[in-house]
Design a protein around this ligand. Structure first.
Ligand code: FCB
Length: 438
């Protein structure tokens, strides 16, 4: 396959800018029989929970094929690889040995390991509604850091606690499949507390390069009518501020703290334990309007009528195979908006995920997507935003949660019958683009 260069060379990023790709354990590892169960194993077995009826039992079989995947990373020429550590696997005999081998292989290939400690695959016996889960997470973080901290320098505590709260506990579209709506708020608080406790645990183990990967995107009001603007502000609070304000400012947005369990004021001191950098997963902006009193079908989800907002389909933009609008300039807007909101409380930023689902190995659309977003990121740098890295989601096609295997986000194609990996045109494009940055 010959990659056609889509566009002009990318603008030059500062020396030391970290280029990487991301994956997560549950989405690629497989080998479920070689670890304790997670909430996703039980959820995937439920009727209709995964659209194509699949599970992650085999996924990309990365657990057994990681040497091949590390070779793909080396061939791509990335500086860093963001992967996640499966907590249930670490709880299983020999589980941590796997990550030890993976980290060794990455270091030998000259790729910096950047593990995320929690990417949604909670051990099956735990529940984020319980405060104790936060304490258990900090213990787990200490164990992992004790074993890998001699080679791992950059750490991520949690991935997208917003989606895990909303999709997993409020709407029931992800594991553990709870439909608690606003009663799911303790799940948000306990994950944030887990983050803060883990920052302390990692620091105690000698780490000094710690971040979180939160998902964010601009919220656009459907019109300037007061009802639409208020609904959009509320959505923005839930999706953007609820997980950023406590970490960056040590406070919840107005009206939220009193809904949270426990001694919230003293917990906030832990949650605001300073991070060394702030990770943002960006995919798309969202248009939001006043509630219309009816269920809404949106991005594969059914949103209940009682939500105080309506999420609209954005019109006038190309969409990915997932139906997500492609709006690179909203990444610049997001970052500039973050600096306006958080000022000097915002540490350096790393884009910990950005990518798109398209079928096909000659994936010119993905090249156009990535090219546009990298340029949008550079425009943020030109406006003085301190961005230190960019990670593409994802190295390879994988188990896309409730969507199963139908959404392909990879730079590398995976044939799920043979598990053969085939670099796509976008892999070659990124490899060449990274060479030009050196
Ligand atoms: C993010 C998740 C990641 C993947 C991408 C497409 O929300 O963190 O695991 O599913 O979306």
């Amino acid at each position: 396959m010959i990659a056609r260069m889509a566009t002009n060379p990318l603008p030059q990023f500062p020396a030391g800018f970290l280029w990487g790709v991301s994956t997560s354990a549950h989405q690629i590892e497989g080998a479920v029989d070689e670890r304790a169960p997670s909430v996703w194993d039980a959820f995937s077995a439920g009727p209709g929970h995964i659209k194509d009826g699949s599970t992650a039992a085999v996924a990309c079989d990365h657990f057994h094929r990681y040497p091949e995947d590390v070779a793909l990373l080396a061939g791509l020429g990335v500086d860093a690889y963001r992967f996640s550590i499966s907590w249930p696997r670490v709880n299983s005999p020999g589980g941590l040995d796997f990550y030890d081998r993976l980290v060794d292989a990455l270091c030998a290939a000259g790729v910096r390991p950047v593990p995320t400690l929690f990417h949604w695959d909670l051990p099956a016996e735990l529940d984020w509604m319980d405060r104790d889960t936060a304490e258990r997470f900090a213990e787990y973080a200490s164990v992992v850091a004790g074993r890998l901290g001699d080679r791992v320098k950059k750490w991520i505590t949690l991935n997208e606690p917003a989606e895990h709260t909303l999709l997993g506990h409020a709407l029931g579209a992800h594991a553990p499949g709870k439909q608690l709506l606003f009663d799911a708020l303790p799940v948000a608080h306990h994950q944030l507390l887990a983050h803060g406790l883990a920052v302390r645990a990692l620091r105690a183990a000698g780490a000094d390069d710690i971040g979180i990967a939160n998902s964010h995107g601009p919220t656009w009001a459907a019109s300037d009518r007061t009802e639409d603007v208020e609904a959009a502000d509320f959505y923005d609070l839930l999706l953007n501020r609820l997980f950023a304000d406590p970490v960056l400012l040590g406070q919840y947005p107005e009206g939220i703290g009193e809904l949270m369990p426990g001694d919230v004021e003293s917990d906030l001191k832990i949650i605001a334990e300073p991070v060394d950098w702030y990770g943002i997963n960006y995919y798309q902006p969202t248009e939001v309007g006043a509630p219309e009193g009816a269920e809404i079908e949106f991005s594969g989800l059914t949103l209940p009528a009682e939500l105080p907002f309506t999420v609209k389909e954005l019109e006038g933009y190309p969409v990915t195979d997932f139906g997500w609008p492609v709006v690179p300039e909203a990444l610049t807007e997001l970052l500039v908006g973050f600096r306006e909101r958080y000022g000097d409380r915002l540490p350096p930023v790393v884009i910990t995920e950005n990518g798109c689902s398209y079928d096909g190995i000659d994936d010119q659309e993905r090249i156009t997507f990535l090219d546009g977003h990298v340029r949008a990121l550079h425009r943020a740098l030109e406006q003085g935003i301190d961005v230190r890295g960019y990670f593409v989601w994802s190295l390879m096609d994988n188990f896309e949660w409730a969507e199963g295997y139908e959404r392909r986000f990879g730079l590398v194609h995976v044939d799920y019958d043979t598990l053969e990996r085939t670099p796509k045109a976008s892999y070659n494009w990124l490899r060449d683009a990274l060479r030009a940055q050196r």
